[in-house]
Design a protein around this ligand. Sequence first.
Ligand code: SF4
Length: 106
Amino acid sequence: MTRGQTIAAYCRGCIADPAAPGTWREQVAVCSAPSCELWKWRPLPAHAPAWLRSRDPADLPAGWARLHQEVAVRGLRAKIAGKAANTPETGPSPTPSAAGNAEVRP
Ligand code: SF4
């Protein structure tokens, strides 16, 4: 098993939930724990936006860490599909809702 395969298997076991929206790779990609030692090496889906591919927490949109996984996966899919209204460099723009959670603007 390669290093990449080992990390992918570990991340998948850590965060993937078959009952939650998104593929395991999408769920890993939106992991909101950049302090994890594996975060910079976690697998990403093909065509992941630049702000994820950089693997630099400073490139994440404001509020990213507070997004519910389902919202983050939806934002990631929209970005990959080119449907997000924001620039490729800034990614989705999470905005706090009245409940204090963050959501991705369509
Ligand atoms: S990077 Fe995220 S998914 Fe991977 S092991 Fe760390 S916390 Fe879990």
